[in-house]
Write a new protein. Structure first.
Length: 201
């Protein structure tokens, strides 16, 4: 998936970085169900993005999709609102300041865990319209072998050589080599006249 390419500014931070602490946090852990990535976002940031929040009796939730950066966008994830098929992040109603969820490691297609016991910590991000571009931490490494860019194949074919038209030739075969006079029928005479005309041009 193509992302908007972001260049690092002084101090290694991205331009237009929102200074909400801690706005987005990532961590990893292992339990009986396997390895997982923990994701947390503040309620204030979700409201700033304008993402739809669903209020239940005890909890509030919203859904987002995670687009893994590949190729030139390796090392970044693009988080977008996805009410239909996204991951649900929840928070306790009127008590919690952050939405959170756990994503099974097996769901990731292009990133591998260098460590499955990482304390949750803030990560850098940029707001891109109503989406978030986040910088993936070092413990979540991009696997370049998982993605092959579809490049058009260039087929080089040698130019076709134009075949030169061969001039018609006339050959007369006689049974008797001692015969001085060669007799031609009408078809042979026409062919002979054609050959002589082409030769004189």
């Amino acid at each position: 998936m193509a992302f908007v390419k972001i260049t690092k500014g002084p101090g290694g931070t991205h331009r237009n970085t929102v200074n909400v602490v801690p706005a987005i946090r990532l961590g990893s852990y292992r339990n009986e169900t396997g390895r997982s990535v923990y994701v947390a976002m503040t309620v204030a940031l979700v409201k700033q993005l304008g993402w739809k929040i669903t209020e239940g009796e005890k909890r509030v939730t919203f859904k987002m999709s995670i687009n893994e950066g590949v190729g030139e966008d390796a090392g970044f994830w693009l988080l977008e609102e996805d009410p239909e098929n996204g991951y649900a992040l929840g928070a306790e109603k009127n008590k919690s300041q952050s939405f959170s969820t756990s994503i099974q490691y097996s769901k990731l297609k292009h990133y591998v865990l260098n460590d499955d016991s990482v304390p949750i910590a803030e990560i850098e991000f940029d707001i891109q319209g109503n989406a978030l571009l986040v910088q993936v931490p070092d413990w979540l490494r991009y696997n370049p072998q998982s993605y092959k860019e579809d490049k058009p194949k260039l087929e080089l074919t040698p130019p076709k050589e134009e075949k030169k038209k061969s001039h018609p030739t006339l050959s007369v075969v006689t049974k008797n080599e001692d015969v001085d006079e060669v007799r031609l029928n009408r078809k042979q005479r026409r062919l002979a006249a054609h050959v002589l005309t082409r030769a004189m041009r």
